[in-house]
Design a protein around this ligand. Structure first.
Ligand code: ADP
Length: 448
C-alpha cells in the first residue's frame, strides 16, 4: 500500500525534528513551515522544502490555519502532521485540511471535538465503561456551586470544560471558598480558551498521574502500549516521566489495558492517543484523553521498541497497525527529563544564545532536541528545548544512567533545568519511586 509523497510539518522545535526523522526513514519528503523567528531551526535546515508562514507571534504563524494550508497547497504536500500543541487538537483545522484533499495525520475531527470538551469526554468514557473521577455530570455555575460541591464532597477541583495545560483549575475546600473558586476558574477559562464553562471533580489528595498510550487504525485494530507515570509535575506541567510506572502491579496494568482497548475499539479511534488517569489506593479515574502525540511519547517507544510517529503516519495512510496487542512486550525501564530554558530555581524563562552545547551519549541514551551550538532560543515559544530520554534494564540502572548523562550534558549561555533534574535523580523518594502529583511542588517549597 502507498504512503505519502510529502508531509508538511505544522510545528516547530524538537517535535518538528522528531516528525522529520520519521518521514526520512519512510522515504517521505518533508515541508517545514516556520515563523520569522525560527528560520534557523534544525528541522527547517534539514527539510526538503521550507515556507515562512509569518511573524514570530504564534497566532500569526503556527496557529494561522490559512497560511499553513496555503503552504501545503503551494508545495503539493499530501498530508499534514500537526505535532502537539498549536493546531494538533483543533477540530476545525483537521476538518479544513481534509476538505482540501490533504490527509490530517491524527484522529477524525469528530473524535477531536468529543475529547476536546471534557464534560463530553467524561460522559463518553462512562458510557464505554471506563472509570472516571467522581464529579458533576455537566457544567457548574456560581448559583449551583455549593449544592454540587456538597454532592461531590470537599475538597473539590473546578476545571475548565475546554481546558489544557492546567489553566483554569481551582481547588475549594469549603462552602465559603467554592463560589469564588468557580467564578475565578470561569474568568481564567474565558481568558485562556474563550469559553467560561467549568465543571467540578472530587480533588484527590495523593494520586499519581498514570496515562495509557493507545493506537488505532482504520481497520478496527487497536492496541495499548502500556502506561507512563507523569506524576512529577510543577503547576500541572510534567517535568519527568517514566515507563513503566513504579507503582503499578502487572494485574492492574493488564486490567486497565483491556478496559482501555475495549473503549477505543468501540469508539473506532484512529491514530495515536493518550488516556490520562489519576491513580489512588489501587483505583483508576479517567481525567481526559489527548488526541495527539504527547511530549513524553519517547519513554513508551524505548520500552516497546515501536516508533509511534511512524505508526501515526502509516495508519493515516490507511495501513493496518504493524503489531497486535500480543506483540507488545515492555522491556526494561525508560525515563524522560524535560529540559527547559528556565532558571532552575525561579523557573523564569531564559531565552538567548547557546554558546556551547554537548549532548550526552552512549548506551541507552536518546536526546530529542532541535538546538545546537550557537542556536538562539527565541523568547516567543514554550521553553522546552530538549528531552533527555534514557533506557535501562531496570529502573535502578535507568536512574544511574540519568545521573551520568546529566553530568555529561553541557548547555552554556542560557539557564536550564538540568540542575533540578540532577537533584531529583539523587532524591531518596525519587530513587524509591515513592511520589504523587503533589510531591514536586512540596519538595520545591521546602527547598525555597
Ligand atoms: P489539563 O488539560 O489542563 O492539563 P488535566 O485534567 O489533565 O488538565 O489535569 C492536569 C493535572 O491536574 C493532572 O495531571 C493532575 O496533576 C491534576 N488534577 C486533575 N484533576 C485532578 C483531581 N480531580 N484531583 C487532583 N488532581 C487533579
Amino acid at each position: 500500500m502507498k504512503l505519502f509523497e510529502k508531509i508538511l510539518i505544522a510545528n516547530r522545535g524538537e517535535i518538528a525534528l522528531r516528525i522529520l526523522r520519521a518521514c526520512k526513514e519512510l522515504n517521505i519528503k518533508t515541508v517545514a513551515v516556520h515563523s520569522t523567528a525560527d528560520e534557523n531551526c534544525k528541522h527547517v535546515r534539514l527539510a526538503d522544502e521550507s515556507v515562512c508562514i509569518g511573524p514570530a507571534s504564534s497566532k500569526d504563524s503556527y496557529l494561522k490555519m490559512s497560511s499553513i494550508l496555503s503552504a501545503a497547497e503551494i508545495t503539493g504536500a499530501d498530508a499534514i502532521h500537526p505535532g502537539f500543541g498549536f493546531l494538533s487538537e483543533n477540530a476545525t483545522f483537521a476538518q479544513m485540511v481534509e476538505e482540501h484533499g490533504i490527509t490530517f495525520i491524527g484522529p477524525t475531527p469528530q473524535h477531536i471535538t468529543m475529547m476536546g470538551d471534557k464534560i463530553t469526554a467524561k460522559k463518553t468514557m462512562i458510557e464505554l465503561g471506563v472509570p472516571v473521577v467522581p464529579g458533576t455530570e455537566g457544567a457548574v455555575t456560581v448559583d449551583n456551586a455549593i449544592e454540587w460541591a456538597n454532592k461531590v464532597g470537599y475538597p473539590v477541583l473546578i476545571k475548565a470544560t475546554s481546558g489544557g495545560g492546567g489553566k483554569g483549575m481551582k481547588v475549594a475546600t469549603s462552602d465559603d471558598e467554592v463560589v469564588n473558586a468557580v467564578r475565578m476558574a470561569g474568568l481564567e477559562a474565558k481568558a485562556n480558551f474563550g469559553n467560561d464553562e467549568v465543571y467540578m471533580e472530587r480533588y484527590l489528595r495523593k494520586p499519581r498521574h498514570i496515562e495509557i498510550q493507545v493506537v488505532g487504525d482504520t481497520h478496527g485494530n487497536v492496541a495499548n502500549l502500556g502506561e507512563r507515570d507523569c506524576s512529577i509535575q510543577r503547576r500541572h506541567q510534567k517535568v519527568w516521566e517514566e515507563a513503566p510506572s513504579p507503582a503499578l502491579t502487572n494485574d492492574q496494568r493488564t486490567k486497565l489495558g483491556s478496559i482501555v482497548n475495549q473503549a477505543i475499539k468501540k469508539m473506532g479511534y484512529r491514530g495515536a492517543g493518550t488516556l490520562e488517569f489519576l491513580f489512588e489506593d489501587g483505583e483508576f479515574f479517567f481525567m481526559e484523553m489527548n488526541t495527539r502525540i504527547q511530549v513524553e511519547h519517547p519513554v513508551t517507544e524505548m520500552v516497546t521498541g515501536i516508533d509511534l510517529v511512524k505508526e501515526q503516519i502509516m495508519v493515516a495512510a490507511g495501513h493496518p497497525l504493524s503489531f497486535s496487542q500480543e506483540d507488545i512486550k515492555i522491556t526494561g525501564h525508560a525515563i524522560e527529563c524535560r529540559i527547559n530554558a528556565e532558571d532552575p530555581q525561579t523557573f523564569t524563562p531564559s531565552p538567548g544564545k547557546i554558546t556551547s552545547y554537548h549532548t550526552p551519549g552512549g548506551f541507552g541514551i536518546r536526546v530529542d532536541s532541535h538546538v545546537y551550538d550557537g542556536y538562539v532560543v527565541p523568547p516567543h515559544y514554550d521553553s522546552m528545548i530538549a528531552k533527555l530520554i534514557v533506557h535501562g534494564k531496570t529502573r535502578e540502572e535507568a536512574m544511574q544512567r540519568v545521573r551520568r548523562s546529566l553530568d555529561e550534558y553541557v548547555i552554556d549561555g542560557i539557564s536550564t533545568t538540568i540542575p533540578l533534574h540532577r537533584i531529583l535523580v539523587d532524591n531518596p523518594d525519587m530513587r524509591s519511586g515513592d511520589y504523587d502529583i503533589h510531591w514536586l511542588e512540596k519538595f520545591l517549597a521546602k527547598e525555597a
